[in-house]
Write a protein that binds this ligand. Sequence first.
Ligand code: PLP
Length: 340
Amino acid sequence: MTNTAPIDLRSDTVTRPDEQMSAAMAAAEVGDDVLDHDPTMRALEERAAQLLGTTAALWVPSGTMGNLIALMLHLKRGDRFLAPRGSHVLHHELGSAAWLAGGMPDPLEWSAGPGRPTAEAVRAQANVAVGYDKLNTTLLCLENTHNSAGGTVIPLHEHAQLAAAARDSGLRVHLDGARVWNASVALGVPPAALTVGVDTVQACLSKGLGAPVGSVVAGSDDFVREARRVRKMLGGGVRQGGVLAAAGLVALDRIDALAEDHENARALAAGLAEIGWEVTRPQTNIVLAAVPDVRLTLERLDVAGVRAVPMSGQVRFVTHRDVSTADIKEALHRISEARI
Ligand SMILES: *Cc1c(COP(=O)(O)O)cnc(C)c1O
């Protein structure tokens, strides 16, 4: 009998805690993280800081809150910040960069490739303000990998040029590294190599790494001290957070396994191309497909038992640890049979 359960490629956020992770959560040593720091939270934050190459890190309930805290601490009301076109902070955080952090967004074009702005553009757009009546540009917000561009990776030398352009222009740098783990695996470098020249970084535990909830926002000791206060202000202080941090610690052991998701994304893209789809060549775990009618295609995929989402006017498939290589084969079989 064939298994007809839908194959869920909507996002790597659909991953569920497996037995090992659930057991770690159940056994977690806990305290009161708001009162005096939960021990498992502390362990997770130290581990995350070490991996990200920062002196400190703070667990936060979501990537959106991690980015928001960083932007609130970097920006004064009315400060302009630069971010690549289509980035999460510009389009998928409900305007909190402006509403709550007071920033004036200025998008950077993808002149270096999908999702990748150039250092020249950073210099040019940072230095627009001359004269007392102009905006202050104070922050560059990078995104690696870039989600809406299709999980694209900023190569190390480009990252260094972008960070140098920001520094020369007097900008601070925040990295939205929701999938920085994927970027590190794709480039074959430690995550810390991707935060060089960056003041703060946000990284998700709840995507490809499979934790049910949580992100970290990391930077200097001073930044994290203030970030803890802002997290509390936003309602993100949790009590026996060790239960969640335990899942995060298991998640951080699974960075290398992301290579399998990347392999599966390549197989999915190759299979779709073979049956005539127009697809991007994935660098990580995201495949974008250009189709004439996104809504219709998504409906037909759904009927065929393959789930995806619309992204950037295309269909987005995301591979993750809860879909196997066999599931990818089966998804391709269903798409081919249904002649989508
Ligand atoms: C998912 C994501 C976030 C936000 O994470 P949530 O935990 O969903 O709030 C931020 N940036 C990027 C690039 C993302 O893909």
